[in-house]
Design a protein around this ligand. Structure first.
Ligand code: ADP
Ligand code: ADP
Length: 213
């Protein structure tokens, strides 16, 4: 199964991906996490992505699509969640070509809807492990011990781009480049919109209802 999770920054894509990974043993491709790992390891790809990410701008499509292509090839055959990719119409078109080439197709493109006024609060209180796999919120989903991951015991970090001024640029980039994907996937007949408010478990229930057993 190929499942896309998209929606604005802070919609809960990473949080819902963690449920899917745990409960459905799905593989996960998060372009944000992949870029951050490349930046940490000082790879050429990381170098290309860094200045865009720091400013809250999207990384160029060619860099992003190339990275996803090699990840997907390495996961051949697995059920995969795409978290935060595609984020532009050209990425979505390139992705369709790639999937066709691999004899795959998108089963569901789930759009997680959250009112914009809730996003800043979610993002500014977000804390996560350095690899982005475990996501918390200082108020809405605090770890048992402040600043420490419940699962791994690592110290949690606050992303630099979760500062208020970068957040506003990310939200603008979302409106301009990513929101048009709703129409794109609607026209392909795979769009499912869900309410992303309420407890994370409730939101997960809405995803489960789409995926079935
Ligand atoms: P995204 O990957 O879409 O940017 P995250 O999953 O990282 O979003 O969530 C953003 C922040 O909002 C995190 O701090 C997370 O703990 C919190 N969060 C996620 N889902 C919910 C929810 N249903 N209600 C309240 N806060 C949430
Ligand atoms: P969030 O879900 O909070 O927006 P992500 O971790 O998904 O954050 O993305 C962080 C940053 O990584 C984005 O602001 C952007 O610079 C870059 N990025 C992630 N995915 C993509 C993508 N598909 N296309 C372009 N840039 C991306």
């Amino acid at each position: 199964m190929i499942l896309l999770l998209f929606g604005p920054p802070g919609a809960g894509k990473g949080t819902q991906s963690a449920f899917l990974i745990e409960k459905r043993s799905m593989a996960h491709i998060s372009t944000g996490n992949l870029f951050r790992a490349n930046i940490k390891n000082e790879t050429e790809l990381g170098l290309k992505a860094k200045s865009f990410m720091d400013a809250g701008d999207l990384v160029p499509d060619s860099v992003t699509v190339g990275m996803v292509e090699s990840e997907l090839e390495s996961l051949k055959g697995a059920s995969v969640i795409f978290d935060g990719f595609p984020r532009t119409v050209p990425q979505a078109e390139a992705f369709d070509e790639l999937l066709t080439k691999m004899s795959l197709k998108i089963d569901h493109a789930i759009f997680v809807e959250v009112p914009s006024e809730m996003l800043v609060e979610r993002l500014s209180g977000r804390r996560m492990t350095a690899d982005g796999k475990h996501v918390y919120h200082v108020t809405f989903n605090p770890p048992k011990q402040e600043g420490i991951c419940d699962v791994t015991g690592e110290e949690l970090i606050q992303r630099k781009d979760d500062s208020e001024e970068v957040i506003s640029n990310r939200l603008e980039a979302y409106e301009k480049s990513t929101a048009p994907l709703k129409d794109y996937y609607e026209s392909k007949g795979v769009l499912k919109s869900i309410d992303g408010t309420g407890e994370p478990e409730e939101v997960f229930g809405r995803i489960e209802a789409i995926l079935g057993s």
